[in-house]
Design a protein around this ligand. Sequence first.
Ligand SMILES: NC(=O)c1ccc[n+]([C@@H]2O[C@H](COP(=O)([O-])OP(=O)(O)OC[C@H]3O[C@@H](n4cnc5c(N)ncnc54)[C@H](O)[C@@H]3O)[C@@H](O)[C@H]2O)c1
Length: 261
Amino acid sequence: MKGLKGKVAIITGSATSIGASVATAFIDIGAKVVIADIAEEAGARLAGQLGENAVFIRTDVRNDDDLKAAVNLAISEWGQIDFIVNTACTYLDNAMDSTREEFLEALNVNAAGGFMLVQFARPHLKATKGAVVNFGSISAKVAQPGRCLYPMTKGAIHQLTRNEALLLAEDGIRVNTVSPGWTWCAIMDEVSGGDRKKTDNVAAPFHMKGRVGDPQEIAEAVLFLCSDHASFITGTDLPVDGGYTALGPEQQTDALGNLAN
Ligand SMILES: NC(=O)c1ccc[n+]([C@@H]2O[C@H](COP(=O)([O-])OP(=O)(O)OC[C@H]3O[C@@H](n4cnc5c(N)ncnc54)[C@H](O)[C@@H]3O)[C@@H](O)[C@H]2O)c1
């Protein structure tokens, strides 16, 4: 992909799962990454595995000083920032029993953290005519049982992307959202007891591809949105969801066929 080699990306939430795949994909294509995550052990381990073009900095996206430190680290190490990828998230959600503190915590981690990071990195992104990728979700646009806070924050991110795209266009900075479908990640590993086949089977009826996504498939879309190939794409959402969003309530069942039987 054009326009990525030698570039510098700060990726929040990149110590594990999808974020780690994004960091790995950037390294594989010849870019440099700042792994900005609250998970110290996993973050330091991944940076060690990825080599000299990766650095880890313990970053809590709820803390402005931490975010400024991540920006400063990118500049002191490599002198530029080309991309911000806001992957960090909390799945904290007690549906209708969520407290005000939980509501604000979910918004803080999932939406405010990425917003503040972009604000702090803005002069550097302006200098490189860089790009931002925010992480939305299929959960942003539908009601899901047992959930309220997480989908609400993801909905906020889609609108944040549109506003940031407009406000940063004058600086030559593009802003887009990636919306994964169900993707194999730490929480699925934990809930399914590491059973990928079972996870695919549960996901099959509502993903046209009949399975969950791999983190690498999400990372490819992030690279595309940061690359020169996406130079006229801003303010929009790229679903990487195996057909989840395109499926109607009938899912993959032949409802008309059932009527005829
Ligand atoms: N996995 C899926 O099925 C799926 C589907 C749709 C969207 N997404 C989105 O993709 C992104 C990655 O999801 P995932 O499943 O890999 O998540 P994950 O929970 O496996 O990883 C999230 C990362 O964020 C970090 N993090 C949490 N709180 C933080 C904080 N305060 N400061 C800094 N880092 C913090 C964690 O340490 C972790 O490394 C998220 O934005 C999520 O909403 C995931």
